[in-house]
Design a binder for this molecule. Structure first.
Ligand code: SF4
Ligand code: SF4
Length: 295
């Protein structure tokens, strides 16, 4: 195995590795003595798809959602940005109510997997990830004492994980590749990290960037692609992952206009020259006026 990546990211629990066929003893229900205890100590890392689901639920933009409901953090030593759910000062999730989770149908990936940690492992000689799981047994969670045995695949089906798993896959691969690439991938420049944040988390701003003339001048994409990206959050999210693979790992799958970079530099130079000419003319006029007054 080369590398691993897990949800939740900060778990320090490293018990035996489980597969989808493994059986766990667990049940969570409203009548349990610890009801809501996990949400009172919430450390929830959000995936791009989690944000799409939640911003849609509240009918707000990604920017508004990020501002109101999240805090940024750095996912690794190279400062790759991530976002976590905002909590109260005591650590409770802001979506928790007496009745339970107020966003239950759209709750994030980490909440669905709990008490399982999910690890994507990749063999060095294959492109496929293998899903493995660890059981997180925290003292406050009494669900492990309940008398119910269930296979992990059935537990995940019960938590409606399939869509989230599918939608998170490419993002996890992106992070896994960044981690397993090590020094050969190197520390991304600040501009790439900012683009990554926008593409993965602030997708409404990313959409404006993709629709801008500057972007269209750089990338040679058909109009139909832009029409889809204008309408469809999921297509935009996947497009963002593709763009980031190109930016971070030089996987050149997105055609660029020939000499786009040279053209952009030339345009910048033209703007710079025009500004300089305006400044020169202004200076010349003020000098002329000065002498006119002296005469
Ligand atoms: S989103 Fe819902 S399930 Fe997840 S921590 Fe918050 S209240 Fe709990
Ligand atoms: S059983 Fe565990 S997951 Fe369920 S409410 Fe209690 S602490 Fe949370």
């Amino acid at each position: 195995m080369s590398e691993s990546f897990d949800i939740p990211f900060t778990s320090d629990v490293v018990p035996s590795m489980l597969s989808a066929d493994s059986t766990i003893k667990f049940r969570c229900h409203k009548g349990i003595s610890c009801f809501n205890a996990c949400c009172k100590q919430a450390d929830i890392t959000l995936t791009p798809y989690d944000i799409i689901r939640l911003k849609k639920r509240f009918d707000i933009s990604s920017g508004e959602f990020l501002k109101k409901h999240t805090v940024p953090f750095e996912m690794d030593a190279d400062k790759v940005p991530g976002v976590k759910m905002k909590t109260t000062d005591e650590g409770a999730c802001l979506f928790m109510t007496e009745e339970g989770c107020s966003v239950y149908e759209d709750r994030p990936t980490s909440c669905r997997y709990y008490p399982l940690g999910h690890l994507a492992l990749r063999h060095k000689d294959t492109a496929e990830d293998e899903a493995h799981y660890v059981l997180i047994e925290e003292p406050h969670c009494k669900g492990h004492l309940e008398d119910r045995e269930i296979q992990i695949r059935d537990y995940l089906a019960e938590q409606d994980v399939a869509m989230f798993k599918e939608m998170n896959r490419e993002w996890l691969q992106l992070i896994l590749k960044k981690k397993s690439g090590g020094p050969s991938v190197g520390k991304p420049p600040e501009s790439s990290l900012q683009l990554y944040f926008m593409a993965c988390f602030d997708m409404d701003r990313f959409r404006r960037f993709v629709m801008s003339d500057a972007f269209k001048k750089s990338y040679d994409l058909p109009d139909t692609t832009y029409e889809v990206l204008q309408q469809d959050d999921i297509a935009l999210m996947k497009f963002g992952f593709q763009l980031m693979r190109q930016v971070l790992f030089a996987e050149n799958t997105m055609p660029q206009h020939e000499q786009a970079w040279e053209k952009r530099s030339q345009e910048r130079e033209e703007v710079w020259n025009a500004r300089r000419e305006v400044e020169m003319a202004r200076y010349k006029k003020s000098e002329d006026d000065k002498y006119k007054n002296d005469v």
